[in-house]
Design a protein around this ligand. Sequence first.
Ligand code: ARG
Length: 273
Amino acid sequence: MSTNTWFSALKKSAVAIVGTATMIGLASPAAASPPPGADGEVGVQVIGGTRAAKGEFPWMVRLSMGCGGALYAPNIVLTAAHCVTRTGNNTSITATIGVVDLQDTTATKIRSTYVHRSSTYGASTGGDWALIKLASSVTNVKPLKIATTKEFDTGTFDIAGWGDTREGSHSGSRYLLKAKVPFVSDTTCRGIGGYYASLIPAAEICAGNLANGGVDTCQGDSGGPMFRRDNAGEWINVGIVSHGNGCARANAPGVYTEVSTFASAIAAAAARI
Ligand code: ARG
């Protein structure tokens, strides 16, 4: 099997496993999670992260197929192409918004009506992004802006999600977890070789702790944003959780869709759906 075939097979099976595991397994990891309220607690969460506070990242979305996303417009969620199957009408996805605890009964839950899957995903130019149109608008949340230039594709990024808290756990997290990861240049990332030799520099951005690993997104975090502050101090989405070689391993950064590269395509698609 070529690296690329293996690569996409891995990504497909990851989504399938996470989708099922999330539905069956939510209750058990929940029981193992620490109680809410404590701040700065250090644990094995996103991977190597801590609990996010309710309202800290108001645009964070949990999608029922087992992915993350971010509110792009009042009725549109930006996620990963590999989280959805195809462009077209789709009422099968439920978006959960406004909570950190997936069992919080005050959550806003809205069904999808339509999916736009990037047509360049899987092509040599890359583009692991998709838009999900919701049946109604979220009125009490300011959407997350997306990076439109490469200016912010550097520095330290924030990541958040309900995905696995260790590689292979397949159970996700009941609570939204957050962590910080440093930018890794395309040259360094590609230079790792092996899995990373197929990095698409113009379409992907790497981030992670190369020397020690330990902090990363993982299965179930896909589609969620990698974000930072812009010059005005506002959060902007610079990356979409896409893939990686395992999770949180040393010399194996997370690979994120480079949002700035696709900003105009995303805006154009959002205006159409
Ligand atoms: N493809 C995974 C998913 O579907 C995301 C993997 C992210 N991996 C990483 N090492 N950062 O959830």
